[in-house]
Design a protein around this ligand. Structure first.
Ligand code: AGP
Length: 373
């Protein structure tokens, strides 16, 4: 009903605007008076956490992209290998699981059958399973050894938005907690990362407050496009995949997301006059190699006639110069940037679907949670 939407035209619109709260609430109450992370409710003792030598994330769809972000952050902070696997592929390849493997099952609903079957398999093989879940008391957390709840609040729209940023936040918390108990980072460094993380809700709010008009105009401009390419590198890669999935799900537009470095290995053949290409541009600070490589990717597709939309850090002169349209986001550390970069893509997909007259909350052929294998 209109009342449940709190004045928003759709649940999706409401939920995207709850992205900042989803992040803030997921961080709430997870620190002691010294600022260290406490995950008491997780019920895995510190000794067991210390013994973990490998993580395997199992999840589907959007949750799997949160898992990919987790891989970049946890491997960097904790120096243990993190694999990410689509839950429905996992048990069929006889994965290597030991008591020192932590399987992290990420699920908004907690009822996704593919993810549930993967975690059952992991437990049968003697591994511990930690669920990152948004739904209290649902099946996946009930069958896991431990649960780290995301506090995004109920997500009604079929296309996941606020749950995604909450899942990523929970993954950062888990990574920094592991770094804390394993001692792979200095305490100051962990606290610095936590401070950066706590600043993210305000930065997401900035995107929501300042970029919506530009995004809506871009959607109007692109309304008749038949397909979109999304590219990103490093943590921008899962964001590209998520941006592409959102547009498929609700605007029924054919999209392909890929790692920007793959462009020259094939996908560039798709680029033709007017083809829209959305590019997640890494921070320009220091103009690191990653930034420059992504910018040259924009130049390459543009030279072949692409219409380019960049998501870039405020004031990035190269994004301004080379892209046709830029959605801006505030500066932040690279590992945390998915929390900002995904927001304009959520809005963009919603605007496209709205302009086409589709029901953004209930896209055709899709269920909110997929409870069959
Ligand atoms: C996201 O927009 C999708 N509708 C879908 O990919 C979803 O993320 C996936 O089915 C997993 O659902 P879950 O998080 O409830 O397990």
């Amino acid at each position: 009903s209109a009342a449940e939407k709190g004045g928003w035209p759709s649940f999706m619109d409401k939920e995207i605007h709850e992205d900042p709260d989803a992040v803030a609430n997921t961080l709430l109450g997870r620190f002691d008076e010294r600022g260290d992370i406490v995950l008491d409710e997780v019920h895995i003792d510190v000794e067991d956490f210390r013994s973990i030598d490998k993580i395997i994330v199992v999840a589907c769809g959007t949750a799997s992209y949160a898992g990919m972000v987790a891989k970049y952050a946890i491997e960097h902070w904790v120096r243990i290998p993190v694999e990410v696997e689509l839950a429905h592929e996992f048990r069929y390849r006889d994965p290597i699981l030991t008591p020192r493997t932590l399987v992290v099952a990420i699920s908004q609903s907690g009822e996704t059958m593919d993810t549930l079957m993967a975690l059952r398999h992991a437990r049968e093989q003697g591994s511990r399973v930690l669920a990152i879940c948004n739904t209290q008391g649902s099946t996946i957390p009930r069958e896991s050894d431990a649960v780290l709840y995301t506090h995004a609040g109920p997500e009604i729209a079929v296309a996941s938005t606020k749950a995604f940023v909450a899942q990523i936040t929970a993954a950062y918390l888990l990574g920094l907690y592991l770094a804390q108990v394993k001692g792979t980072m200095f305490r100051d460094e962990i606290h610095q990362n936590l401070d950066n993380l706590k600043a993210m809700p305000g930065k997401i709010q900035w995107v929501l407050d300042t970029q919506t008009d530009a995004i809506e105009h871009a959607a109007e401009r692109m309304l008749n496009a038949h397909s979109f390419l999304f590219l990103g590198r490093h943590v921008g890669y899962p964001v590209a995949l998520e941006g592409a999935l959102k547009l498929k799900e609700i605007a029924y537009t054919f999209t392909e997301g890929f790692a920007a470095g793959e462009l020259k290995h094939g996908p560039i053949a798709l680029v033709d006059e007017g083809e829209p290409v959305v590019v997640i541009v890494p921070s320009a600070r220091g103009r690191d190699t990653l930034h420059n490589k992504v910018i040259s990717g924009i130049e390459e597709v543009r030279a072949r006639g692409a219409y380019t939309i960049a998501v870039a850090e405020e004031g990035d002169p190269d994004a301004e110069r080379y892209a046709d349209i830029v959605f801006w986001r505030p500066a932040c550390p690279t590992l945390l940037s998915p929390l900002l970069d995904v927001v304009p893509l959520q809005l963009f997909a919603m605007d496209m679907a709205n302009l086409k007259g589709y029901d953004v909350d209930k896209p055709r052929n899709l269920a909110k949670s997929v409870t069959v294998e």
